[in-house]
Write a new protein. Structure first.
Length: 499
């Protein structure tokens, strides 16, 4: 059986703990690979390699760093299909979706290529007699990223390109469910000229995560995953003196007003709810229909959802693939099976779905639940599967109040032709990312990604300017150079004079 090992110091390092995790092809249900799971000692060895590499990389010139990043960007572009194939084989998403993931990750690599302008400091001259003040940003050291299974290439690329561009070295702990894409990313970085030890990949489970959170030589931790784990990451790493950005779960809403283009809204709802089998933290999982349009909107969504072709990710005709594991598939199905008992109308029931010739795959069909109540499990929990809930309100104000009552505040959208209503929504809604007639408002690479409330723990969002600030720290330097004609000033115990 194939084994996925660690990538440390620019080379493959075999696992030494003796512990391995299974990697499954979600379309067949077969275990195709095993992944080495690191012990705390192996994590420490990787951190020491990264710590040593930082001594040189942290002092390297911006020109040297960006030269590597430009070469890396070219290699990623040339290997898009190969990376996407690894994602499909281990995650299950269709090839076109996997390619889109790689493309969005490339946006952050491109931002990192232009890091020279982002790291420019500030200078104020002559703030006092021959006194200048400058502000600069410097790297913070060895940083870690802990990433989820749903985007095994994109989310790591949200982190390490900016981190290394800023002069840090990086330890990536990807999901053990689909680890191969991360190793491929690291191998290509080495091929592009990234020095050994700057980017390392250590596979593992909770043992490896806890070792990273407690390690004294890790300066910062980035995380994307569920809210309970994000809260744990933030609490634990902060208690160990690290800066933390921990992005948690979501329950993203789409508010549809009576004046909206209902065909466009239905298209958007289906795309945003069922794309990548709903395994997106930015998936629309709740549509809030306002007024009399609810029946029509639900019917339009149903008509479109029934036409989605589900099949293996490597089949070009497939529009949606399987879920990551059988256990996750069963958990998603449980929400649909229990929905009617909690007052919902099950318009589409995707449970029990199979694909001919792939009966052992982790399949589930598309589910659509109408008249969902806010106290039901299907609404309160992040299902992370192809289940769309429809809630009904009579007014815009009731819809906004419903959305703002959610403990999550990741992303939300409004569909309307009314510019005034859209403007109100942008200002009144309590979420970090807002779409106006855009169902999945994931920001482009030079704006930052992050939510509010239980969707983010930490002060800074990921990538964009926030990402650059997270991976650097500021320093202010006040300088006075005496003129050759100056006489000694003598001792003065008062405040320095700025005027």
């Amino acid at each position: 059986m194939k084994t996925v090992n660690h990538w440390i110091g620019g080379k493959t390092v075999e696992g030494a703990s003796g512990n391995y995790g299974p990697v499954t092809d979600p379309a067949t249900g077969e275990v195709t690979t095993q992944v080495a799971l690191a012990s705390a000692e192996e994590v420490d060895a990787a951190v020491q390699v990264a710590k040593e590499a930082f001594q040189t990389w942290g002092q390297s010139s911006l020109a040297a760093r960006t030269k590597v990043l430009f070469a890396y960007r070219a290699l990623l572009d040339a290997n898009r299909d190969a990376i996407a194939e690894l994602i499909t084989a281990e995650h299950g998403k269709v090839h076109s979706d996997a390619l889109g993931e790689v493309a969005r990750g490339l946006e952050i690599v491109e931002l990192a290529c232009g890091i020279t302008t982002q790291l420019k400091g500030e200078l104020s001259t002559s703030v006092s007699n021959r006194v200048d003040v400058s502000a600069i940003r410097q790297p913070i050291g060895v940083v870690a990223g802990i990433t989820p299974f749903n985007f095994p290439a994109m989310v790591p690329m949200w982190m390490f390109p900016l981190a290394v561009a800023c002069g840090n070295t990086f330890i990536l702990k990807p999901s053990e469910k689909d680890p191969s894409a991360s190793v491929k990313l690291a191998q290509l970085a080495t091929e592009a000229g990234l020095p050994a030890g700057v980017l390392n990949v250590v596979h593992g489970d909770k043992v490896a995560v806890d070792a990273l959170l407690a390690h004294p030589d890790i300066a910062a931790v980035s995380f994307v995953g569920s809210t309970p784990i994000a809260r744990h990451i933030h609490t634990t790493a902060s208690a160990n003196g690290k800066r933390v950005q921990a992005l948690g779960g979501a329950k993203n809403h789409m508010l549809v007003l009576p004046d909206a283009d209902l065909d466009a809204a239905a298209d958007a709802a289906v795309s945003a709810a069922y794309g990548s089998a709903g395994e997106r933290c930015m998936a629309i999982s709740a549509v809030v229909a306002v007024g009399s349009i609810a029946d029509t909107l639900v019917e339009k969504i149903r008509e479109r959802a029934e036409k989605i072709k589900i099949g293996p990710g490597n089949d070009p005709t497939s529009e949606m693939g399987p879920l990551i594991t059988a256990a996750h598939r069963d958990k998603v199905a449980s929400y649909v099976k229990g929905a009617a008992d909690q007052g919902a109308d099950v318009v589409l029931d995707g449970t029990g779905y199979t694909v001919d010739g792939f009966e052992n795959g982790h399949w589930i069909g598309l589910s659509l639940l109408d008249n969902v109540k806010t106290d039901s499990d299907a609404y309160r929990d992040e299902i992370f599967g192809p289940v769309l809930c429809v809630l009904r309100t009579e007014t815009y104000e009731e819809g906004v109040a419903l959305i703002n009552a959610s403990p999550f505040g990741n992303g939300t959208a409004i569909f309307t032709r009314d510019g005034g209503a859209a403007r109100r929504f942008q200002l009144e809604i309590q979420a970090g990312m807002v779409g106006v007639n855009v169902p999945i408002p994931v920001p482009v690479g030079y704006h930052s990604f992050g939510g509010w409330k239980d969707s983010l723990f930490g002060d800074l969002h990921i990538y964009g300017n926030d990402g650059i600030h997270f991976y650097t720290r500021g320093k202010v330097v006040t300088t006075r150079w005496p003129d050759p004609s100056d006489a000694p000033a003598g001792v003065d115990l008062g405040f320095p004079r700025n005027h």
